[in-house]
Design a protein around this ligand. Structure first.
Ligand SMILES: *[C@@H]1O[C@H](CO)[C@@H](O)[C@H](O)[C@H]1NC(C)=O
Ligand SMILES: *[C@@H]1O[C@H](CO)[C@@H](O)[C@H](O)[C@H]1NC(C)=O
Ligand SMILES: *[C@@H]1O[C@H](CO)[C@@H](O)[C@H](O)[C@H]1NC(C)=O
Ligand SMILES: *[C@@H]1O[C@H](CO)[C@@H](O)[C@H](O)[C@H]1NC(C)=O
Ligand SMILES: *[C@@H]1O[C@H](CO)[C@@H](O)[C@H](O)[C@H]1NC(C)=O
Length: 386
């Protein structure tokens, strides 16, 4: 088995070699002290937080450790989520076998250091398995396979708490007759008539997705209308299942979205652009993003770049970066299907939770195995742009 890993890693490396960016040497972080990497969030232009098993690392763009904070947890809980409310306040979310999910808050002391803020806070009336937790302003939402539940973050100078709201986005909310199976939520802000809104895209395993327009008031979002992006009518649900979405742009009337698919039996993955409006939904099969394995986790973007992490059953991963130009909505009928190959590919031997994000200056940070990070310059992309 180990030989197979090594062999296929070498093959993978040499396949990827022709498009390798200029990478700095990787930096290995102390596995004993931090534990393996799990997830990450960008705190500001100069600081990223990496959630590891035992601590959260705060690092700068050159991957220097600015500081780190411990995660107070019992042996039995897994802390898999990290998200920020502002560059000064971030949260880590934990749960134990689908019981009693809770959050830990960290507040900035200064530009480089954070410390735990208040106590662990459990979600009120929630004792079920949560797929993920995230936030928009002072609304915190939990994603479960059958519903997205919106909570309100109540902040004071010395403490914080979580309050329930009336907003549960479930089968009834979306007026579906059969149970739904939510796999991801993506969101993006827009404004209209001087008011702020968020477009939420709730990805559903067999249908495609739902869109939800939410109005922002006092830093809290309230859903005001919703609709179905019915991809079932376009693509066979026996072949295509929907995993996660990336919103490239949105207004009230039109959104440009690419969707990652669960694709078990083929290596390459097709991604569609979807135009959503309050009147209708137009679906164009615009993009085929070639890649060697099935996609994993969330796609990410930076300007014209879209990043897709892929991995195989051995947990070997490649992070593919594509240079795409999303056409303006007005020309939606004129654009033809485009097939993209990655401009760059970053490979890793087996790792449980790949970390991947863009930094300013068209740089990519990706993890190698469970405790190494590497920063790379997207030289090939810059060449393409010249
Ligand atoms: C959650 O449910 C389990 C049983 O399913 C129970 O043992 C546990 O005490 C509950 N936790 C909370 C915080 O209510
Ligand atoms: C930030 O706070 C930490 C912890 O109190 C301290 O060690 C560090 O020197 C401070 N950094 C700056 C730039 O003030
Ligand atoms: C629900 O979605 C998950 C992926 O998140 C998938 O593994 C599972 O098979 C789906 N369940 C049904 C009943 O479609
Ligand atoms: C939006 O606000 C600006 C100034 O704040 C004002 O001049 C403009 O008329 C407003 N527009 C609408 C549509 O309310
Ligand atoms: C949204 O679409 C409607 C109907 O096509 C149109 O009347 C309205 O001006 C559009 N609004 C914006 C902000 O584009």
């Amino acid at each position: 088995m180990i030989l197979l890993y090594i062999f296929s890693f070498i093959v993978m490396q040499s396949n990827a070699q022709k498009s390798m960016a200029f990478c700095d040497d990787y930096i290995e972080f102390d596995n004993e002290y931090f534990g393996k990497f799990i997830s990450n969030v960008k705190l500001s232009n100069g600081a990223d937080a990496i959630l590891a098993e035992k601590r959260v690392l705060i690092i700068d763009e050159d991957l220097n450790i600015l500081s780190s904070v411990p995660i107070p947890k019992t042996q039995t809980h897994n802390c898999n989520w990290i998200f920020k409310q502002s560059s000064d306040l971030f949260f880590v979310g934990c749960q134990k076998n689908g019981e009693g999910p809770y959050l830990v808050a960290y507040k900035g002391i200064n530009q480089t250091h954070y410390s735990q803020f208040g106590d662990i806070v459990y979600f009120p009336n929630l004792n079920e398995t949560v797929i993920s937790v995230s936030s928009i302003l002072n609304t915190i939402f939990t994603v479960q396979s059958k519903k997205v539940t919106l909570f309100t973050l109540v902040l004071s100078a010395s403490d914080w708490s979580i309050k329930t709201t009336q907003n549960v986005l479930d089968k009834n909310y979306f007026t579906m007759t059969s149970e739904i199976n939510i796999t991801d939520v993506a969101y993006e802000s827009y404004s209209q008539d001087n008011m702020s809104f968020y477009k939420l895209i709730v990805v559903e395993f067999t249908w495609g997705a739902f869109w939800v327009d939410s109005l922002v008031k006092n830093n809290i979002i309230s859903p005001i209308r919703n609709g179905l992006i019915n991809l079932k009518g376009f693509y066979s649900p026996y072949v295509y299942n929907y995993q996660s979405a990336l919103i490239h742009s949105t207004t009230q009337n039109a959104s440009q979205i690419t969707i990652n698919l669960f694709h078990y039996d083929r290596n390459d993955i097709s991604i569609k652009v979807v135009y959503v409006s309050t009147q209708s939904t137009t679906i164009n099969t615009l993009y085929n993003f070639n890649g060697q394995w099935a996609s994993w986790g969330k796609p990410i973007k930076f300007g014209n770049l879209q990043g897709i992490l892929r991995r195989n059953t051995l947990k070997q991963s490649v992070f593919n970066v594509y240079n795409i130009i999303i056409p303006p909505v007005l020309n939606e009928n004129q654009v033809a299907v485009t097939t993209y190959d990655p401009v760059d590919t970053f490979a890793s031997p087996p790792q449980d939770f790949p970390i991947y994000y863009f930094n300013s200056g068209y740089r990519v940070v990706h993890s190698i195995e469970n405790n190494k990070l590497q920063s790379c310059d997207l030289y090939n992309y810059k060449l393409e742009m010249e």
